[in-house]
Design a protein around this ligand. Structure first.
Ligand code: SUG
Length: 454
């Protein structure tokens, strides 16, 4: 038996840890992401950063209450003053904010976006059980599809080089080159699927764009390229036999499926997806089954059960299926799925029995949902051994006490109302920066990870 098969074969050796991005205090709605329908719909509406962060922390608290290891990544510093200086704005912070708001309000939104909260886009991760070098391999995403998101990559890489700095256990790669040819959106377009019998594993990389323009979406951008997916698979040291590449259905991208995790999700040997998730779907699913020795359960939701539009509206596929401390499997879904009778019925009548779910847990994540971020967008999954968990730096692994401390900081520092105009006020912006500093302090993360704004 090869080393890789042996490690995959031992499911007790690793625990799935979900690292959620804590919503930052500058969370607001700016309509920055073409193809993300919720972001466009809520552009310029008034946000509530405090409620957004507390909703995210409630989700983390539920995970901990279920006996599931849970981590957190801090928000990045926003407004991003160093970037504004790089773009030629000069003067005191107040002057810089006034100038950028006056000349380019959308730019102020871009450099102030709290988008690092969507940790599923932070990186692609391969657990040490699956990699040729036996390390956890992590490739931070370059996120070049949207300017406001591309500015996350450097800070994410720095954070990961600190938190996962033990090179005995972790390999942190550089993000791919920042060019559209290598556009990479991280784990949102990647599914690690072990066989139900744990004898093998497949990594499915989902891309939206390839060279043939006939196979590209017409209205909205395809955010992930095939060449980027190939590069990430290589960098993450995955054996070729354990890797497959699926293309998103262009029609689905055009209907608002901007990441694969908006239309498909996996947990252990289960794949839950929509009928219109992939190009040549039946053939690709056959290949996947073959790669897993036919040990895979697929629940494929048909268009007449749930249309693509409905799926994008309620984010059913952006849920998290989790195995809890009591051994039961539960599904954490956005509240929007409970609000539509037909969706709830589909879940209760079909998904719950087929996936053998002990509970459907609906949670209110409305603040993030209004920017197109559901439960699964907010988290980056990693399967880690006890040794790897023990090597993590900073107090980023959570218990209820640390969550309560984080809630206190959020209550103390976060505004409960924010518009882009508010961001042009240095008094407000300084408060947002202090909030981020307080969170780094609480999580025992060095302040030098936060760029100096002078
Ligand atoms: O990249 N929204 C994010 C949502 C990311 C969701 N993540 C996953 N599906 N994994 C995006 O489109 C909107 C920001 C604004 O418009 O203010 C935004 O960036």
């Amino acid at each position: 038996m090869s080393q890789i098969t042996a490690a995959v074969n031992n499911p007790i050796a690793r625990k799935e840890v979900n690292f959620d991005g804590l919503v930052g205090p500058s969370h607001h709605y700016a309509g920055l992401s073409p193809g993300n329908l919720a972001s466009a719909l809520h552009a310029q509406s008034v946000s509530n950063p405090k409620a957004a962060a507390l909703q995210g922390l409630e989700k983390m608290a539920w995970m901990v209450s279920q006996g599931i290891p849970q981590g957190v990544f801090p928000p990045q510093l926003r407004p991003n003053f160093p970037l504004l200086y790089d773009l030629g704005f000069k003067g005191s912070p107040q002057k810089v904010l006034e100038k950028v708001y006056k000349s380019a309000p959308q730019l102020l939104s871009m450099v102030s976006s709290a988008s690092s909260m969507w940790a599923a886009n932070a990186a692609t991760v391969a657990p040490s059980s699956d990699t040729e070098n036996g390390k956890v391999c992590i490739t931070p995403a370059n996120l070049v599809s949207n300017f406001h998101r591309s500015t996350e990559a450097a800070a994410t890489e720095n954070l990961f080089r600190y938190v996962f700095s033990d090179q005995h256990y972790f390999q942190i790669n550089k993000p791919l080159p920042s060019a559209s040819h290598f556009s990479d959106e991280g784990a949102a377009n990647h599914m690690r699927i072990p066989a139900t019998d744990f004898h093998s594993v497949q990594h499915v990389f989902v891309y939206g764009a390839q060279e043939n323009p006939a196979q590209a979406p017409n209205h909205f951008p395809a955010r992930q390229t095939l060449d980027a997916s190939h590069a990430v698979a290589r960098l993450n040291c995955l054996p070729e036999n354990n890797v497959q590449f699926f293309q998103q259905l262009p029609m689905a991208v055009d209907k608002g499926v901007f990441h694969n995790d908006v239309i498909a999700l996996s947990h252990k040997g289960l794949l839950l997806c929509h009928q219109h998730s992939f190009v040549a779907q039946q053939q690709k699913l056959r290949e996947l089954k073959q790669g897993l020795g036919h040990s895979l359960a697929v629940i494929e939701i048909q268009e007449q059960q749930l249309s693509l539009e409905q799926a994008v509206g309620c984010y059913l596929f952006n849920s998290q299926i989790v195995t809890c401390g009591d051994g039961q499997t539960r599904m954490l879904l956005p509240m929007e799925c409970a609000k539509q009778g037909a969706v709830k019925q589909l879940l209760e009548d079909h998904v719950q029995p087929q996936a053998q779910l002990a509970e459907l847990k609906f949670m209110d994540l409305q603040q993030s949902m209004r920017n197109g971020g559901g439960p699964a967008c907010l988290r980056l999954r990693m399967d880690l051994t006890e040794g790897e968990l023990g090597a993590i730096q900073g107090k980023v692994l959570l218990d209820q006490e640390r969550i309560a401390e984080l809630k206190k900081r959020v209550d103390q520092y976060y505004p409960d109302r924010l518009t882009v105009k508010d961001l042009s006020d240095w008094g407000v912006a300084r408060g947002l920066i202090e909030a981020v500093e307080a969170i780094y302090q609480l999580l025992d993360l060095p302040q030098n990870l936060i760029p100096n704004i002078e």
